[in-house]
Design a protein. Structure first.
Length: 108
């Protein structure tokens, strides 16, 4: 696993329960603003590892675009609902209320 992938995983581990962030916000935090797809590729490698809360990363509109990469079709939905988020049509209801921005929450 390359260093960028490792850095992505370290940021994802810091997302608090009940919060979500986007692929782009992680990329931006890591200084690679246009690398949101690469963040997705990194998470695809670990989405079956339950110790890494990859289910807390969604697209910039709050859509669960990565849900097909988890052990079951509903894994991401189930995990987010357990954390108190409401999901409707594969989208987080009140997305901005649950949004965690690593640039605002973490210091580099």
């Amino acid at each position: 696993m390359n260093d960028f992938f490792k850095d992505v995983i370290e940021v994802v581990k810091l997302i608090p329960q009940g919060k979500v962030t986007s692929y782009g916000m992680i990329a931006n935090y890591l200084g690679a603003k246009k690398s949101s797809r690469v963040v997705g590729w990194a998470l695809n490698k670990v989405s079956k590892n339950s110790e890494i809360p990859a289910h807390r990363v969604v697209n910039r509109n709050g859509l669960l675009t990565g849900k097909n990469n988890f052990p079951t079709q509903n894994y991401m939905i189930d995990e987010l609902q357990k954390e108190g988020l409401n999901i409707k049509e594969d989208s987080i209801v009140d997305f901005n209320k649950h949004l965690w921005d690593p640039i605002k929450e973490l210091t580099i």
